[in-house]
Design a protein around this ligand. Structure first.
Ligand code: ADP
Length: 174
């Protein structure tokens, strides 16, 4: 039999991750089991007004995925499919929480397919525990000093507290 070179299956999980939640982490843990390597890629999107910088979001993700050997954290500002090619990745992983997510995700997947037929999108359905959970909801709760302990890892909870405290202090000085 011919010796076969092992083909590494590399997937990318792209998103804003502003900040990473337990919903994202659930997808990351499950997706990491399906691929040789999973790159969690923070979208460097200048049109949104993020709470955390790209570097901060990456650091929060790194700490959250410390225990997963085949997970790498990166960022990109290029077209996703072009970034995928540059990383030799063939699969995009996205999470689906609801029908609304599905409609948007289908549009996104079709666009990416149109741009590059060789790249596949795989959807993973949410863990029902986190079906209502989003970064926006977490930020909304944290902004009013609500409890986010069951929604994000402890270091993210701390980062949220610090960021909103800084903002409140800056507003007081104005
Ligand atoms: P984007 O700005 O690209 O939507 P997000 O950081 O909000 O980035 O989400 C990244 C991906 O993770 C998306 O596919 C989103 O549907 C999915 N996702 C977000 N929250 C959850 C959750 N609680 N359960 C499952 N998937 C989720």
């Amino acid at each position: 039999m011919k010796p076969q070179a092992k083909i590494e299956r590399v997937a990318v999980y792209p998103g804003s991750f502003d900040p990473v939640t337990l919903g994202h982490l659930d997808i990351i843990h499950r997706a990491a089991k399906q691929f040789d390597k999973l790159i969690v890629a923070v979208l460097n999107n200048t049109s949104k007004n993020p709470l955390f910088t790209v570097e901060e979001r990456k650091e929060l993700l790194r700490q959250a995925t410390d225990d997963l050997d085949n997970v790498e954290v990166d960022s990109f500002r290029d077209l996703l499919v072009r970034y995928m090619r540059s990383r030799d990745a063939g699969v995009i992983v996205r999470g689906i929480r609801s029908v609304t997510d599905f409609e948007y995700e289908l549009q996104l997947a079709s666009t990416n397919r149109h741009l590059d037929e060789g790249i596949e999108t795989i959807f993973m359905t949410t863990n029902p525990k986190y079906s209502y959970l989003s970064s926006s909801i977490v930020k909304e709760i944290a902004q009013f000093e609500g409890e986010v302990r069951e929604l994000v890892p402890p270091h993210v909870e701390q980062a949220l507290r610090d960021r909103f405290r800084e903002r409140a202090q800056a507003a007081d000085r104005r």
